[in-house]
Design a protein around this ligand. Structure first.
Ligand SMILES: [Zn+2]
Length: 214
């Protein structure tokens, strides 16, 4: 089983990818991680990538394809979760070829959907106890006594500076721009499955399991 897992920041993609690796033995192939690792290990592909990056240029599709090919060989039949790749239609076609050469194919493109306004509400209204880190939310989970942490009694709270509406909306726009070139390619082939990323984490997991089968 080989899948592409898509989802904007805040949709819980990392959580689900970690679970699929732990429970199904799948291998997450994240382009960024693979490149960093190849460079650190000084593999032939890593040395090529390093030279390109040091010249301030983008790593070519050929290099990324070679890297993914190596990792697919290492993963064998365990199944791959592609993360951060493909980004273009050309890369999507390259991925089809890489899989076909190994007798595999892409089974599903699973997108964790979020409602942008709901995501903004979820993120912008969250805050934590400055002392013990207990999580709170302006709407869903206020301290039982106003201004006092339920857990440790501290009266100091904090909010993350990047938990603001503009940042969330910018991240969503970046995500849409990133996936726009490839979603139609997979939609034409009927591979795209959508899961409600706003649901509780166990429900999201169950929905993904239902797509992947036993
Ligand atoms: Zn506290």
């Amino acid at each position: 089983m080989n899948i592409i897992l898509l989802g904007p920041p805040g949709a819980g993609k990392g959580t689900q990818a970690a679970r699929l690796q732990a429970q199904r033995g799948m291998v997450q192939l994240s382009t960024g991680d693979m490149l960093r690792q190849a460079v650190a290990n000084g593999t032939p592909v890593g040395l090529q990538a390093k030279a390109v990056m040091e010249a301030g240029e983008l790593v070519s599709d050929a290099i990324v394809s070679a890297l993914i090919g190596e990792h697919l060989d290492a993963a064998g039949d365990r199944g791959a979760i592609f993360d951060g790749f493909p980004r273009t239609r050309a890369q999507a076609e390259a991925l089809d070829l890489l899989l076909a050469e190994r007798g595999h194919r892409l089974d599903h493109v699973i997108e964790l959907n979020v409602d942008e306004d709901a995501l903004v509400r979820r993120i912008v209204k969250r805050f934590t106890c400055a002392n013990c880190g207990a999580p709170y939310h302006d709407e869903f989970k206020r301290p039982q006594v106003e201004g006092v942490c339920d857990v440790c009694g501290s009266t100091e709270f904090k909010r993350r500076p990047d938990d603001n509406e503009q940042t969330v909306r910018t991240r969503m726009a970046e995500y849409r721009a990133k996936t726009a070139p490839i979603l139609p390619y997979y939609e034409e082939r009927g591979l795209v499955r959508r899961v409600d990323g706003m649901a509780p984490v166990d429900d999201v997991a169950a929905a993904i399991d239902a797509i992947l089968g036993a």
